[in-house]
Ligand binder design. Structure first.
Ligand SMILES: [Zn+2]
Length: 303
């Protein structure tokens, strides 16, 4: 069959669907080529055309030229098809009014010296779509922030950008794909992406009437998205257990143990910013509601 070129409209529509990025490496601002996935140059239906940067296109056609393991990529037709579909789906989601994707910013260095930043584009379930590293060879942290915000906006106007940690104290620039990336877990990601969180969420604290322990539940849209328990261990520790944060904190001599417990609960409330807080005690199946967090006196027993 004779070679058929995609029409200008097809090209425009495909580039738009790929947010003007290569579907393999996600680079933008480079030359793009529309590659025929099945190798048939006359088959110009959209599902057969992948947006590739010049380098990945060349890599596909001349894999033997890319022997170094950093550059050698598996770009067989069936793999290219996965890249294309995955990335185009991500872009569709990213352009929604309430996208279920987040831009997570990992910062590396020290409070007074940030040497690199990594933009991690993730889905709400924590899976990483792609990463983009910025470091001192290319401008200053202020420049990177501008670049990151611009990049995120180009992919979707309503994507939230979240800085996940205070600087991770490492001295060398993390190399893009081999370094550890922090993503937001699904619970927090649900909170961040929910536009009606301030109306549609609540946190309940269930106070055990018989033992020094309490349970915390965060609900959004009538679904439980986070649970934790806090109890007093022997050896005088306060122990918080959850799928996310876990810690054991030595009980201090002052203030009262109940005050120390309250401040841990307050921290969680501050983090979750629920629309309502409910306190309950007694029979877990038919709890009796309380006006505020009143803990039984037995919390004060010290060993
Ligand atoms: Zn590429």
């Amino acid at each position: 069959m004779a070679r058929k070129n995609p029409t200008p409209n097809q090209r425009k529509s495909l580039l738009l669907k790929n947010a003007y990025r290569c579907c393999v490496c996600k680079q933008s601002g480079v030359g793009f080529e529309l590659h025929h996935i099945d190798g048939d140059n006359s088959n110009t239906i959209e599902s057969n055309l992948a947006v590739l940067c010049v380098s990945d296109h060349d890599n596909h056609h001349r894999p033997n030229r890319y022997t170094h393991k950093i550059f050698c990529k598996d770009l067989r037709p069936e793999v290219l098809e996965i890249y294309k579909n995955r990335w185009e789906n991500f872009v569709v989601e990213a352009k929604k009014e309430k996208p279920q994707v987040i831009a997570t910013l990992n910062v590396f260095g020290f409070d007074d010296f940030i040497h690199s930043m990594k933009l991690v584009m993730q889905r709400i379930d924590g899976t990483i779509e792609y990463e983009q590293l910025h470091h001192l060879h290319f401008g200053t942290p202020e420049d990177w922030i501008d670049d990151v915000l611009q990049e995120v906006q180009n992919i979707g106007n309503n994507i939230k950008v979240v800085v996940v940690n205070s600087p991770l104290e490492v001295e060398i620039c993390p190399e893009s794909k081999r370094s550890y990336s922090q993503t937001l877990d699904e619970c927090m990601a649900t909170k961040i992406t929910a536009s009606d969180w301030g109306d549609n969420s609540y946190l309940s604290v269930f106070i055990n009437a018989e033992q020094p322990s309490l349970g915390l539940i965060v609900c959004y849209d009538n679904e439980v998205i986070f649970t934790a328990t806090l109890h007093k261990c022997k050896d005088d520790f306060l122990h918080l257990e959850s799928e996310g944060p876990n810690f054991r904190e030595k009980i201090k001599s002052k203030p009262s143990i109940r005050t120390q417990v309250s401040s841990i609960v307050k921290k969680l409330v501050h983090e979750w910013e629920p629309a309502f807080i409910l306190y309950g005690t007694g029979d877990p199946d038919a709890p009796q509601t309380l006006e505020n967090m009143t803990l039984p006196k037995f919390w004060e027993n010290r060993n």
